[in-house]
Design a protein around this ligand. Structure first.
Ligand SMILES: [Zn+2]
Length: 384
């Protein structure tokens, strides 16, 4: 079951407060904002702090401040009212426990009492066999009496989803129709030994309770999506529309890191960049100017990377030279926003490939220019 695309459109941006907002996060927030506004829907800010060991003090306030600076105004969030709160996951424990109990009662989840040592040995053995599995489902066979005995002794345990071997299909708004063979999936842990939910469990439960209709998130979550769909099914929830956004990467294709340039939005704020400039930049990281340029010259190219050098060499007069590139799935990305935003993708090439600013019709069509430029650093800064 899939939610109707246009009925009560609600999206969410759900960062973890494990650090400050980086360019990739800003871009995901921007796409959520665009789609929500175009479809006359709402988008919310949800803080996913299930991994308490990685919390960074002040990170929540920093994320909120950065979104405010970028003028990406969400409708509900930790600092706003809303009927689906609280909007910080650590304050929603009772909701997760209720759904955990429901899954245990219906035998769609089970308790696993295996020790860390046993799981580690099993993981190594599976690896030796060339398998991606990490768990042998031993505890699925445990009798209710044995479980009750262990619980009465206070034995440490996690709660796992009882997986199905059936393939999982997904019609992703960017990737299209995908089918995942499910016999390579483990019985995912839903509740950790300390009783708190894993990212996957909290994410699905919250998306349902917050009535999320479209999940726009980075493509690093694509491989987890079958797990999430199985959870939606087990809980009897409708499955939202998914759109997995290609990631910003370094020019060599590696994960975007601070080593290769400035990635924290706050660094651009400190250097005096205007929010419109930075939004324009990350919005453009959804297209492939290099391919379009080559096509115009009747050249062929196999490159799917757009570097800042290529961008600055083009007629857009971009002043950026940060060493960031973009794997191109731009056509589908731009189509997604074009089909949903007011003035997006205003120009098209003769072959239909989109270029120009993939952004609303208003101020983002301006040339990106920092408000002031104090230093000439690795990001190149301005050539005013
Ligand atoms: Zn077990």
């Amino acid at each position: 079951m899939t939610r109707n695309l246009l009925s009560s459109v609600r999206l969410r941006f759900a960062p973890s407060p494990t650090g400050h907002l980086h360019l990739g996060g800003l871009r995901t927030a921007l796409f959520n904002h665009l789609l929500a506004r175009k479809l006359d829907g709402k988008w919310i800010l949800r803080i996913e702090d299930t991994d308490q060991s990685r919390l960074v003090p002040g990170a929540i306030q920093s994320i909120i401040k950065t979104l405010q600076w970028a003028k990406l105004d969400y409708d509900e969030g930790p600092d706003l009212s809303g009927q689906f709160g609280p909007y910080i996951q650590s304050q929603r424990q009772a909701i997760y426990e209720a759904h955990r109990d429901r899954l245990l009662e219906t035998k769609q989840a089970y308790r696993c009492f295996c020790s860390a040592e046993r799981l580690d040995q099993m993981r190594q053995e599976f690896r030796r066999q060339g398998s991606h599995l990490t768990y042998d489902r031993k505890c699925l066979q445990m009798s209710d009496a044995e479980q009750a005995r262990r619980l009465s002794e206070g034995a440490s345990h996690v709660v796992r989803l009882r997986n199905s071997d059936a393939p999982v299909s997904l019609n992703d708004l960017v990737y299209g129709q995908l089918t995942f063979l499910n016999n390579t999936q483990d019985d995912a842990i839903l509740i950790k030994a300390d009783g708190t939910p894993t990212y996957h469990f909290a994410n699905v439960v919250d998306d349902h309770h917050m009535r999320i209709s479209h999940v726009l998130r980075g493509e690093e979550w694509l491989s987890s999506t079958p797990k999430h769909i199985l959870l939606y099914q087990a809980l009897g929830f409708p499955v939202p529309q998914f759109a997995h956004l290609p990631l910003l990467v370094n020019a060599d294709g590696s994960k975007l890191s601070k080593r290769s340039g400035d990635v924290r939005v706050e660094e651009y704020i400190t250097k005096g960049y205007e929010p419109e400039a930075l939004l324009n930049f990350v919005a453009l990281m959804g297209m492939n100017h290099s391919r379009h340029q080559a096509l115009e010259k009747n050249e062929t190219t196999t490159s799917d990377l757009m570097t800042m050098e290529q961008m600055t060499s083009m007629s857009f007069r971009w002043i950026w030279s940060v060493n960031i590139a973009q794997p191109c799935r731009s056509q589908s990305l731009c189509t997604l926003i074009n089909s949903t935003s007011a003035g997006a993708c205003s120009r098209r090439s003769r072959n239909g490939f989109v270029h120009g600013s993939c952004a609303p019709a208003h101020s983002w069509s301006r040339i990106a220019r920092p408000a002031r430029c104090r230093t000439n650093t690795s990001i190149g800064c301005c050539s005013q």
